[in-house]
Design a protein around this ligand. Structure first.
Ligand code: AR6
Length: 334
C-alpha cells in the first residue's frame, strides 16, 4: 500500500463519519478528529460560540508518525489550514443544503443540528465556511452519490497522491530482506558472474536446478524460481540488454526487464522486491541512463499496483548509489 495521508473535511452532515466508517471497514487507518484527544475548546470567538481547534502537538505527532499505508483523517476546524502542507490530499465532501438539513435531522449518532438555531448556524456555515474549505481542497466529492462510490473515489485519490515506495541502499543484495530478489541473469538462466554468481552461491543449488527447467529467458523478460537458502519467497531472474551503443533498443529492453520483474514478483505474491542495477556490470549499460530507466519504470508500476509495498534498489558501488539518488530526485516533487 502507498504512504498517503488524506484529510477528509466538510460541513456537518456531508457524510464524513459515514465515509470514515466505510474506509475503516475496508481496512484503512482512520482518525476522526471530532472526538477525544485531538480537539481543544477555545472560549472566545466572533460569533460567541466556543471554537473547537485541533491540538497542534497531537495532530503533528499523528501526521509525522504515519509511515505505512493510507491514513484518512477527518475533521473540520478553523486551524486545520496550517496543516494542509502535511497532507497529500485535502478532500472536501459536500452536498446541497436541503440534503444536509435532512441528514442532520435524521441522524441518530449526533444531536447537533436538531434545534432551529443550530439549523440556522449550519446554513450560515455553508455560506461562510464551505467556500474557504473549497478554496483549500485538492478535490471535492458530492456525497449524494452512493457511499460505496464516495469511498472508491477516496481510495483512488489516496492511490494517486501516495508517495513513492522506492528505497535505495548500498550493499550486497543477497543480504537484503525482501519477498522477491531480482537477479541480473543472462538468457540461458544457467548462472554467471556478478550478482548472478552471488545469488546462486548464497541461495544454493536448488535455484540452478529449477532454472534449468525454465528453458531460458528472452532479453527484456523475467522468470521466477524459489529462493533456495535465501530468506526470500522468490528469485526473479531478469535478463537486461547488453549495451551496444544505444541503438539496439537497449532502453526499451531495460525498462521491460524491470516491468516484467515486477509483474512476476506481484504474481508470486511479493509485497517487497529488491533489485540490483541490472545491466550496469558485465553488460556495460551507462549507469546514469540505467538508473533513470530503472527508477522511472518502477515508479510507474508502483503507482498502478498498490499491492507492491516497497521496492529497494541495492547498489554495489558509491557511483551506482549516487546515480540512483539523482534519478530518484528527478522524479520526486520537492
Ligand atoms: N549485490 C548487489 N549488486 C551487485 C552484487 C551483489 N552481490 N554483485 C554485483 N553487483 P552484473 P549485468 C552489481 O555484471 O550487467 C552475469 O554474469 C554490479 O556492481 O552482475 O546485468 C550474468 O550471468 C553491477 O552494478 O549484471 C550475465 O551474464 C550490477 O550488480 C551478466 O552478468 C549488475 O552487474 C549480466 O550483466
Amino acid at each position: 500500500m502507498l504512504v498517503a495521508v488524506v484529510l477528509i473535511t466538510g460541513m456537518s452532515g456531508t457524510g464524513k463519519s459515514a465515509a470514515l466508517a466505510e474506509l475503516a471497514r475496508r481496512g484503512h487507518r482512520v482518525v476522526d478528529t471530532d472526538y477525544g484527544e485531538w480537539i481543544e475548546e477555545v472560549p472566545s470567538t466572533d460569533r460567541g460560540r466556543a471554537e473547537r481547534l485541533w491540538r497542534d502537538d497531537r495532530i503533528d505527532a499523528l501526521l509525522s508518525g504515519h509511515d505505512d499505508g493510507a491514513l484518512f483523517v477527518s475533521g473540520c476546524v478553523p486551524n486545520q489550514g496550517k496543516f494542509y502542507p502535511r497532507f497529500d490530499a485535502v478532500v472536501l465532501l459536500s452536498a446541497p443544503a436541503d440534503v444536509i438539513l435532512a441528514r442532520v435531522a435524521a441522524r441518530a449518532t449526533n444531536d447537533y443540528g436538531k434545534s432551529a438555531a443550530q439549523r440556522e448556524l449550519i446554513l450560515e456555515d455553508l455560506g461562510d465556511v464551505e467556500p474557504l474549505l473549497r478554496a483549500g481542497a485538492t478535490a471535492e466529492l458530492d456525497t449524494q452519490a452512493a457511499l460505496e462510490d464516495v469511498v472508491d473515489a477516496l481510495e483512488r485519490i489516496a492511490a494517486r497522491v501516495g508517495r513513492l515506495r522506492i528505497e535505495l541502499t548500498q550493499g550486497d543484495i543477497t543480504q537484503v530482506q525482501a519477498d522477491a530478489i531480482v537477479n541480473a541473469a543472462n538468457s540461458s538462466l544457467l548462472g554467471g558472474g556478478g550478482v548472478d554468481g552471488a545469488i546462486h552461491r548464497a541461495g544454493g543449488p536448488s535455484i540452478l536446478e529449477e532454472s534449468r527447467r525454465l528453458g531460458g529467458c528472452e532479453t527484456g523478460d523475467a522468470k521466477a524460481t524459489t529462493a533456495g537458502d535465501l530468506p526470500a519467497r522468490a528469485v526473479i531472474h531478469a535478463v537486461g540488454p547488453v549495451w551496444q551503443g544505444g541503438e539496439q533498443r537497449e532502453d526499451e529492453l531495460l525498462a521491460s526487464a524491470h516491468r516484467r520483474s515486477l509483474e512476476v514478483a506481484s504474481a508470486a505474491g511479493a509485497r517487497t522486491v529488491a533489485f540490483p542495477a541490472i545491466s550496469t556490470g558485465v553488460y556495460r549499460f551507462p549507469v546514469d541512463r540505467a538508473a533513470r530507466i530503472a527508477i522511472g519504470t518502477t515508479a510507474n508500476y508502483l503507482a498502478a499496483n498498490p499491492e507492491v509495498e516497497r521496492v529497494t534498489f541495492v547498489l554495489f558501488s558509491d557511483e551506482h548509489l549516487r546515480a540512483f539518488e539523482q534519478a530518484l530526485a528527478e522524479i520526486t516533487p520537492p
